[in-house]
Ligand binder design. Sequence first.
Ligand SMILES: O=c1ccn([C@H]2C[C@H](O)[C@@H](COP(=O)(O)O)O2)c(=O)[nH]1
Ligand SMILES: [Zn+2]
Length: 194
Amino acid sequence: MSPPTHTEETYSTNSVNLESQLNALNINLNLKNLQETVKLKEEELQKHQRFLRMAKVTSLRSKDPNTQVGCVIVDKDNCIVSVGYNGFPIGVDDDVFRWDKEDPEDNKHLYVVHAEMNAIINKRCATLHDCIVYVTLFPCNKCAQMLIQSRVKKVYYLEDRDELAFRASKKMLDHAKLPYEQVEMPRGKYVFEC
Ligand SMILES: O=c1ccn([C@H]2C[C@H](O)[C@@H](COP(=O)(O)O)O2)c(=O)[nH]1
Ligand SMILES: [Zn+2]
């Protein structure tokens, strides 16, 4: 085999250079894409945290001395279409139907309207189809039923409980393919440092 001619050598050196330049360009492009994706993800997370902070502030209106729950529902344009918190129904007097009664015959759980249900009922739009739900506590099985029936798109929540009502809720949401995601809040920025 004859040694490569000068032209062949130059061609081969140039092609190696070109390849390494293309590789470098590709790496740069990939890095830029990655940075863009990370930025978008970070902005998305901040949006969820902002709405969950609103849900938390909403929860402060609840008179439940044990657990205050707040719920905010937003549409596909990120406009708030409803809010709700756990409370007794309109006209049901807190002084008669007390929050602190231990008696199973007269317990708050028999009367309270859950935050999610209030938000579903209070909606200021025709339908909640494809809306996003932000709630401070994972929805119980009853609320999950209502959210599935309302055809909301996703549930973001802060706190969870390992209790039957919440386990059943997860089972149902999984089966109905309604996704849910727990969101962590930035430290020290929970409610008031908006
Ligand atoms: O999906 C839910 C589950 C519960 N709540 C409300 C109902 C009650 O007022 C409290 C839970 O009281 P505990 O004394 O902690 O059991 O939370 C709700 O709004 N949504
Ligand atoms: Zn509930």
